[in-house]
Structure formats: structure tokens, C-alpha cells
Write a protein that binds this ligand. Structure first.
Ligand code: THU
Length: 136
């Protein structure tokens, strides 16, 4: 059995990277950190673009870092943002997480004061389409 994810470590990594986000248009900086199946923590931040749809979310950055670093699966992921509302992953990022996670993989949502909510991926993206749907 893999070790239980250490959400304090994910929180610290996401909080540390959030100020580095490039968000001049929305001014909404997001950090994300995930625990890979290799035991490493990978973090990312949102990177916006003058051509708005080209911008990327923090989760996409963390997943790209994991793949580049050799990780192959997400054991847990945390999203960190400001404001009163829960900063839950957008629909596209739920699908991005799905590619590398299990239905029961935890997705934690945090604000500056700490973790606010915990979901499973299946709660955020039920009846999802994934790699097993495609013939190999
Ligand atoms: N954003 C993320 O990076 N992750 C989320 O989970 C929610 C939204 C970013 C996208 C955009 O740069 C900014 O937050 C405002 O939507």
C-alpha cells in the first residue's frame, strides 16, 4: 500500500508556488501541488496569456511537472487560492486530473488559512471518460 498522502506538505508546496503565478488579467493567482506515484511532490501555478484562452491553470502546470519529472500517476492533489469561494478545479482540469488518477483519488481545496474541503475525483467528475475507454 502506498503511504497516505501528506496534505500538509501539499499545502505548503501549493502556497509557496501561488505567488509565482502569472495572472495579470484575472489577478487571481492559483497554486497546485500533487503527490506522484514516485513519492515526489510536483507543483504548478496558473500562467495566463494576452490571448486569454491560451492561459493554463495551476493544475495543468503541476501535472506537466509530474510527467516531466517521471511521475506516472497522481496519488493526491491540492488546489490553493484566495477568496471566499472554494477554488475547485475547472472542468477541463478535472479531466486532466482524470488522466492520471483513480476515481477515489483525493482532491483537496485550500485557502490561505488551510484546507477547506476534500473531494474524491469521482465526486468532481462522475461517470468520467478515461484512458481505459480507448482500445489499445
Ligand atoms: N484557475 C486555476 O489555475 N485553477 C483553478 O482550479 C481555477 C482557476 C485559474 C485560471 C485563471 O488563470 C484564473 O484562475 C481565473 O480563472
Amino acid at each position: 500500500m502506498p503511504a497516505a498522502p501528506d496534505f500538509d506538505t501539499l499545502f505548503a508546496a501549493a502556497a509557496a508556488i501561488q505567488p509565482r503565478a502569472y495572472a495579470p488579467y484575472s489577478r487571481f493567482k492559483v497554486g497546485s501541488a500533487l503527490l506522484g506515484d514516485d513519492g515526489a511532490v510536483y507543483a504548478g501555478c496558473n500562467v495566463e496569456n494576452a490571448a486569454y484562452p491560451v492561459g493554463t491553470c495551476a493544475e495543468a502546470g503541476a501535472i506537466a511537472a509530474m510527467v516531466a519529472g517521471g511521475g506516472q500517476a497522481i496519488r493526491a492533489i491540492l488546489v490553493f487560492g484566495d477568496g471566499a469561494e472554494l477554488v475547485t478545479p475547472c472542468g477541463a482540469c478535472r479531466q486532466r486530473i482524470r488522466e492520471f488518477a483513480m476515481p477515489e483519488t483525493p482532491v483537496a481545496i485550500a485557502g490561505p488559512e488551510g484546507i477547506r474541503a476534500r473531494f474524491t475525483l469521482a465526486e468532481l467528475l462522475p461517470a468520467s471518460f478515461g484512458p481505459a475507454n480507448l482500445p489499445r
